[in-house]
Design a protein around this ligand. Structure first.
Ligand code: ZN
Length: 121
């Protein structure tokens, strides 16, 4: 993958991360608004709104996605992005565009899903 493409994916992943963090920030602000009998403490709000705290506020699917995004950004830094973690082949760029956090090529993913179906019943 070209450096330009890697940068493009890094940007996509960062934007997605920002979107998740904004959503968490919105939730926290609402909670503070709702729970303030006394004045909302600006300092408390500011300290609640760090990236790390926001990540901790994410739940379920969003938290899972955030972990995948962090991992994908790490893999860009390590030069492993776009490589299938199972077979080591390149993952199709088209597939990465549709799902930038993926770590498996389509063949390995299908194989994994086939096995999951096999053992789920
Ligand atoms: Zn593979």
């Amino acid at each position: 993958m070209s450096p330009e493409q890697l940068e493009e994916f890094r940007q996509i992943l960062r934007d997605e991360k920002k979107r998740l963090l904004r959503k968490a920030a919105h939730t926290i602000k609402n909670e503070i608004e709702l729970s303030k009998d006394d004045m909302a403490d600006e300092a408390d709000l500011a300290s609640a709104l760090t990236d790390q705290n926001l990540s901790l506020r994410l739940r379920g699917r969003e938290r899972y996605l955030m972990e995948k995004i962090d991992l994908a950004i790490e893999r860009i830094d390590e030069g492993e992005f776009g490589e299938c973690v199972v077979c080591g082949d390149d993952i199709a760029v088209k597939r990465l565009r549709a799902r930038p956090v993926t770590t498996m090529c389509i063949a390995c993913k299908e194989e994994q899903e086939r096995r999951e179906r096999l053992y789920s019943d």
